[in-house]
Unconditional design. Structure first.
Length: 414
């Protein structure tokens, strides 16, 4: 991990958004949007919504808020479920720019590949370190977004610079291979009437979430779970690995590599000499196509499940990523309305820093604020809204750190 200070010419370079190796400010804003959402813990809206639903269980507004800011229990998903796909997608978009810059600075292919491999190792290690925070021993699991990116990063680099045809064929092979892997697994899934308590699935939960889902895609009863029962128990553990409580699997990195590859394809398109409005049209049209393809696959029996990154989810979530980037690209890079995005860019250019703070310092920061501002500081808008106030105040502390780093031109990179 290193810090870098851009030269005085950096603002001019950052302002350019079209062809070549110019920095794409809409990408920084997109990264910042996702990191602010994550570091601010979704602004505490899920917990706040649950508080209000206790008083008014029929409130459509708070039900909608809860849906958008909580992970789907299994099939489906809202905005909160787009956090990790956005991470993966933006890694691909960034690669289209970063390694061209390295190449133009004189780096050889071998040196760049070595950098990609070392970055992959650091990402995996950092993911394990952050998810082990507060544990009695190292948590040897690879489902964290950083570890998932690391597992696929070197492979993504090997695809950098290849043709669009190669990218498209590889992405299709990854998703078809994932489907085949799950569909060919001989397990019978979970009987919703009985559940699978040994795998962390109660009968009540199964009856609510698995009845309409094919057995190949059942929680902790699929090929990914079988792989983890073997693979994760190869590592030293206090207790044998039995299941992941959320149903996440290590082999998610295979279909999520397709998500990163879609991002790489998008980045190459944005870096091209196409006319800017043509680029916007391609972002929107391919985004809509991704949504449609994901929904069609879901209708055909491959459910939208982010927790095991089903092929339908890979396409559907990429569609949303393209549309989110398209909206920011239209406003920031085409219309040049940039001032409003400054708070996002501050975070987007130090995403590793704010991610680590959010993982390691959230509870400590909240307690420190209470120490100095009073135990009831988060209840200034009433007890029901305390989670939103707490998440926002803690997130602002993290943002201020990133702002200070931005002003001093300190940018943490791996």
């Amino acid at each position: 991990m290193s810090s870098s200070a851009p030269s005085s010419a950096a603002p001019a370079r950052d302002a350019a958004a079209s062809a070549g190796s110019s920095r794409l400010q809409s990408l920084d804003a997109y990264r910042g949007l996702i990191m602010v959402t994550l570091a601010f813990n979704g602004f505490g809206l899920a917990a706040t919504a649950r508080n209000h639903l206790q008083a008014d269980p029929q409130s459509g507004f708070w039900r909608a808020v809860c849906h958008q800011f909580e992970h789907a229990e299994w099939a489906g998903g809202g905005y909160w479920d787009l956090i990790q796909p956005s991470f993966m997608f933006m890694v691909g978009v960034s690669m289209a720019y970063s390694y061209v810059n390295r190449q133009r600075q004189g780096d050889s292919w071998g040196r760049m590949f070595g950098h990609a491999c070392s970055r992959a190792v650091v990402l995996i290690a950092l993911g394990i370190f952050l998810t082990s925070n507060g544990s009695r021993s190292t948590g040897w699991q690879f489902m964290n977004v950083l570890s998932q990116i690391g597992l696929g990063y070197a492979c993504l680099f090997l695809l950098w610079g290849r043709s669009l045809r190669t990218h498209a064929i590889t992405a299709a092979a990854l998703l078809l291979g994932t489907w085949a892997l799950y569909a060919a697994y001989p397990g019978a899934g979970i009987d919703p009437a009985k559940g699978a308590p040994a795998a962390g699935v109660t009968a009540a939960w199964a009856q609510e979430h698995l009845v309409a889902v094919g057995p190949a895609w059942h929680k902790n009863a699929n090929v990914g779970h079988a792989v983890d029962l073997w693979f994760l128990n190869l590592f030293p553990r206090r207790e044998p690995f039995a299941f992941n409580t959320g149903g996440y699997q290590t082999i998610n990195f295979i279909p999520s590599l397709a998500t990163m590859l879609f991002g790489l394809m998008c980045g190459e398109m944005l870096r091209s000499n196409r006319e800017a409005r043509r680029k916007l049209f391609l972002l929107v049209s391919t985004g809509v196509a991704g949504l449609g393809a994901g929904l069609v696959l879901s209708w055909l029996g491959v459910p939208l499940v982010k927790r095991i990154w089903t092929p339908s989810w890979a396409l559907y979530s990429t569609g949303w990523c393209l549309l989110l980037l398209a909206a920011l690209y239209a406003v920031i890079d085409l219309r040049q309305w940039r001032g409003w995005s400054f708070p996002l860019v501050v975070v987007g250019m130090n995403s590793i820093a704010i991610y680590a703070m959010g993982m390691l310092l959230r509870s400590w920061t909240a307690k420190t604020l209470q120490t100095h501002l009073g135990e009831n500081v988060f209840k200034i808008l009433g007890p029901a809204n305390a989670p939103a106030v707490q998440a926002t105040m803690v997130g602002l502390m993290f943002w201020l750190v990133c702002w200070g780093m931005y002003r001093r031109k300190i940018f943490l990179r791996i």
